[in-house]
Ligand binder design. Sequence first.
Ligand code: NI
Length: 484
Amino acid sequence: MHMKPNMKKGTVLIVSFLIMIVLALGGIHFVLEHFTYRNVDADLTQSTSTKDYQIKQAKSKYPGIDILSIVQENENYIIHKQTPEFKSNQLNDLVDNFFDKPLSEFREAMAEAEPVDDPVVMPSFHAWFDIYPFAENLYAIVLNIEQNYGAANPERLTQPYMIDIEQESLLHTEDYFDSDQLEAFKEMVWNKLNADEALAPYLFQDEYELYLADVNLAKLGYFTNEGLEIIFNPYTIAAGAAGTPTVSLAYDEIIDFLTEEGIEEIAQSNPDLHLTELREAKEPKPVPENMPSVITHNPDAGKKVALTFDDGPHATNTPAILDVLDEYDAKATFFMLGKSAQFYPELVNQVAMAGHEIGNHTMTHRQLTTLDEWSIQQEISQVDDVIEQAVGYQPNLMRPPYGAHDEYVDRIVNKPMVLWSIDTRDWQSHDPNAVLNIVTQNIHDGAIILMHDIHGETVEATRLVLDYLASEGYEFVTVSELFV
Ligand code: NI
């Protein structure tokens, strides 16, 4: 007897379940039947295909951008098209202009083609897009088409756009670039492409030149939070095996090629990139007017100290020191050896881009007081050139190896000679605590502290020194900033 209520309950559950299925099917049917789209496709609606539908997915995680999918699959070919849909007709027209012609050409080709009984690969038309949020209301959108005519290699077409969905406008990447710098920009991108070992064997320089005689290189790019991405279509600059060659450029690599207004605009729409600071780091700083020709410290600097690091850059210790300096928001000065700087130009640039000062420490670390005029000039000018190639300007300051200089050397070098007031002897002790002890016992306002970024222990020593001096209220500046 007590079974009956349970059976009743079971029946109710089954009936409810059936009703839910019917409602769900009805819902899907309603969506398919009643939603109309801007892009109603005559071929699609009259098609006798085995599978075709359009679906619009609204409310994506990118506000103001929906996805419109069109799928058509029959015994002869496949069309799968996922395109962005904006609130603005102008932007939608842009998308249609890109996709419509290739799609209708594909359809024409399919209408004329003989049906293949057992195709190895179904002819297909695939369209999709990639989306990269750049700033509020600003997106990079990359439109892609891949067409496959069965036996032949697929044809690929890719075009990036920068889109402002609030202004309903297209930003032209090329407008941000200085047209006078375009040749230099092309050369830089070519070198960057060739630095990719997987890509380099497939590149053709003459085709690169020929292609970019007609196409503005910057038009192939879009901005991201890291820099500029450039996409080349297949067969434009490389053999087909290279696919779609792409190159990623950081902002510090492209900033020299942008216009002032371009930098301002990008910086305004995306302040997180710190582009104006980056431009400042790229600019040569004049020697402060009241800087003496020989310097050991500046007693008038107030509670400021200048940490200096000699004999680098070093492949691992210099970046580790940069990280520690960054933690304490400290700026420092790196007196680089030309022979090492030659080996690590990107590291030299990284030091400058982080806002530190770079000084000249000669090419080979010889005692300048033992050299003739010509050799002294070589020791200095070669480093100046190496640094200029890496960061775009020559160093102002000089630190003579071993502090060895005299009036003869000073006259030939003709840069402020930067010595020091606190020698940590880090190269001798290799002991971070010993370095800290020397600093705590000798610290004074406007001190110039000598360390060496080639030694591993100096990374920890730098941390201890920064921690102590920060707790004493010191500000960490470059040598030049001691005199501003
Ligand atoms: Ni040295």
